[in-house]
Every structure is written in C-alpha cells, then in structure tokens.
Design a protein around this ligand. Structure first.
Ligand code: ZN
Length: 248
C-alpha cells in the first residue's frame, strides 16, 4: 500500500479511538461534575447547620439571661411594694426601669436569633432537596459510566491495537506529522482533495476547509502517493479518492 493509503487507514482507526475515548471521557467528566456540585451543596449544608447551631445557642443564652433579669425584676417589685423610704423607692424604681428595658432588648434580640434560625431551616430544606437530587443524578451518571466503560473498554483495546498496527506501517516523520494535525483537529487529520469542474476548468479544493488548492498539489498527489501533501490553508494531510478506496 502507498503511504497515503496507510495514512487513510490510520486516520479511520484513529478517529474511532478518539470518538470512543471522547465518549468515555465525557461520561467521566459528567460524573465528576455532579460530584463537585454535590460537594459544594454538602459544604453549604454543613455551613448552614453550623450557623443554625450558633443562633440557637445564642438564643438559649439570651433566654437564660432574660430569665435571670425577670427574677431580679420580680424581687425588686417586692422591694418596691414594701419600701417606705422615698429615696430608696426611687432608686429601686430606677433600677427596675433599667432592667426592664434591658430585658426587652434581650428578648428582641432572642426573637431576631430565632427568626434567623427559622430562615436557615427553610434554606436547609431547600439545599437538602437539591442535594438529594444531585446524589440521584450522580448515581444515574455512575451507572451510565459503568455501562460506557463496559461497552467502550474492550472495543477500545481492540482499536488501540489496530491503531498501533496502522501507525507502525508509516515512517516516523509522517507519523509525527499526522499526530500533530490529528491533535490539532481532534482527530480530523486528513482531508480529501476534491476536484470541482468550473466550466472547462477544473479546480481543486480541500474537502474539509474548502479552500482552493494550487493545481500542483493534485498533480503531486496523483503522481506519487508515497509523499504526504498538505492543505495550504488548514494543513490537513490530503488524499484523493483512489487512496481512500485502497486503504484497509
Ligand atoms: Zn484545508
């Protein structure tokens, strides 16, 4: 076989390897993306739980403080009722007022904390729901991935072997050139050199990028299929139809 026919064979098997590997990689990528989102949600969930505990603890402390103030207020009221000294009465009354307003402040703050706890708990439910959904989606993705691995795995091993065999038939220099363009175009390393009849004239274009090619490209390829010719525009390796037909 000619170099060009060998390159076409390599191209065919190389595209299949890349397509299968791409399918596997996108299934893996999908699962790892779900896992990343699950971790983010789990992080937010933990954070909200910890905030909730803080607000609850503060509210509990303030409730206790309010209780202490209440006890003191009641004892002062008793003092007030039994007080006979006007100066002492005024002092007790003043302390009572101060304590009462302090207690109102503490109670307001407690309510605010409890309000926040309620808001956080609503958020918590929302995130728990999202998290459950994400876990489900990830599990489905993992099943898909396993199916894909099973389907792709053995076929990929076969194709890899075929690719190695096809590559071995090609001289190092051409193989390197092929790999460079294949990497650049995600496997689309070759393009058919297409003849287009324009009136009496015959033009030649690259079958992939559609750029017009100099006529000597065709002449070179038609006369010697053991030298690789590339598109002047996209640099893909060119082949003519008969090389494709000759390729295994
Ligand atoms: Zn081209």
């Amino acid at each position: 076989m000619t170099l060009i026919a060998d390159l076409v064979s390599l191209h065919r098997v190389d595209s299949q390897v890349r397509a299968l590997r791409g399918r596997l990689e996108s299934a893996q990528h999908y699962v790892s993306m779900q896992e990343r989102q699950r971790l983010l949600l789990q992080g937010r969930l933990d954070e909200i739980k910890s905030q909730t505990r803080q607000y609850q603890a503060t509210a509990a402390n303030q409730e206790a403080e309010s209780g202490t103030i209440k006890a003191r207020v009641e004892s002062l009221r008793t003092q007030l009722n039994t007080s006979t000294n006007p100066k002492q009465y005024a002092a007790v009354l003043n302390e009572l007022k101060v304590l009462q307003s302090k207690r109102d402040e503490v109670d307001d703050s407690t309510l605010a904390q409890l309000q926040k706890v309620e808001e956080l708990q609503a958020k918590l439910l929302e995130i728990e729901k999202l998290l459950a959904e994400r876990i489900q989606v990830k599990a489905a993705g993992s099943v898909e991935l396993e199916i894909c691995r099973a389907e792709v795995g053995s076929r990929l091993a076969e194709l890899d072997a075929e690719r190695t065999a096809a590559a071995a038939r090609i001289p190092q220099r051409d193989r390197d050139a092929f790999n460079r363009v294949a990497d650049l175009y995600e496997g689309e390393a070759m393009a058919e050199l297409v003849a287009v009849d324009v009136g009496k004239e015959r033009d030649y274009v690259c079958g992939v990028c559609n750029m017009e090619l100099p006529k000597d490209k065709y002449a070179a390829l038609a006369s010697n299929q053991n030298i690789a010719v590339t598109c002047t525009s996209c640099h893909r390796i060119l082949y003519i139809q008969e090389a494709a037909a000759a390729a295994s």
